[in-house]
Design a binder for this molecule. Structure first.
Ligand code: CO
Length: 289
């Protein structure tokens, strides 16, 4: 049995104390702030219909899978929906970009969840341009194109929609995809989509709640084909207020009531475009370019 000499023990103890001290020093040294991650800002119109927000959750999941190392934030472009909501923490694109700038984020990719390049989309682009390159601010801000933005995208959307028709639908039943509609020149995207949809299936129609292809126009066109029934499908990112009320509402001027009064049986699909993973992939792919 051997014992350590006292002076050797003391050296040993001093070394141990020194090592422990260093460990404590390293552990308590202030951590250098990690550089802010690049961000994806998902910009949607917003919706007052709670159930419709499930579509947003699904979209966010797909964005996270495509961009696992980005910070992901949301903005709603509908001002009327921002502060009246029960969660007033929702931000407009301006507010969200200002917050990211304050946090030191240098690159932001804005994912536009718009369907056409209308007024809402152009406002978003204008906001992004304004925030880009400000002193100490965000270096670069890109905005992805809306779902429909050129001939290729219209054809791609038409094909995806035609592939995703309700299983129970038969060829002698008409299908109407009803979008929002706009007074903006980009309203031409609706008849353009109608053109390509018609080439795939002459019993598919496109309509709009406002302007463009309105209820009377579409009702007359569908009636002329005397279909066995008609399917009403929202052509909007989420099945929100326009779907619940203008399309499927109980009031006399809803699309459902108008077709029912015209003696045509109505069937409905209550999910928005954002619930179609193939369409979300198109939106997300637009972010990569
Ligand atoms: Co509206």
């Amino acid at each position: 049995m051997s014992t350590m000499r006292p002076d050797k023990l003391w050296t040993c103890l001093k070394t141990l104390l020194a090592v422990m001290g260093m460990v404590v020093f390293v552990a308590t040294a202030p951590a250098r702030a990690a550089p802010a991650k690049d961000a994806v800002l998902i910009a949607a119109f917003g919706t007052s219909v709670k159930k419709a927000r499930d579509a947003y959750a699904g979209i966010e999941k797909q964005v996270r899978l495509a961009f696992p190392d980005r910070e992901i934030r949301w903005a709603w472009t509908a001002h009327s929906l921002l502060k009246t909501d029960e969660k007033s923490s929702r931000l407009s694109p301006q507010e969200a970009l200002a917050k990211l700038a304050t946090e030191g984020v240098k690159n932001v990719s804005v994912l536009s969840l718009h369907v056409i390049p209308g007024a809402e989309y152009h406002n978003l682009v204008k906001t992004a341009r304004t925030f880009e390159g400000l002193p100490k601010g965000i270096r670069s801000i890109t905005v992805s194109p809306p779902l429909l933005h050129d001939t290729g995208s219209i054809k791609a959307v038409a094909e995806i929609l035609a592939r995703g028709l309700p299983e129970k639908r038969t060829r002698d039943e008409a299908v109407i995809f009803v979008g929002h509609g706009t007074h903006h020149p980009a309203g031409v995207y609706y008849p353009a989509l109608q053109y390509y949809m018609h080439q795939l299936d002459p019993n598919i129609f496109v309509g709009t709640v406002e302007d463009n292809l309105n209820l009377e126009t579409v009702l007359a066109a569908v009636r002329a084909k005397s279909p066995r029934a008609v399917w009403l499908v929202p052509l909007m990112t989420v099945a929100g207020d326009h779907t619940v009320n203008d399309l499927f509402g109980a009031q006399k001027d809803s699309w459902r009531q108008a077709f029912t009064s015209a003696g045509i049986q109505v069937k409905t699909v209550a999910s928005g475009l954002g619930e179609n993973t193939e369409l979300v992939r198109l939106w997300v792919n637009g972010l990569r370019q």
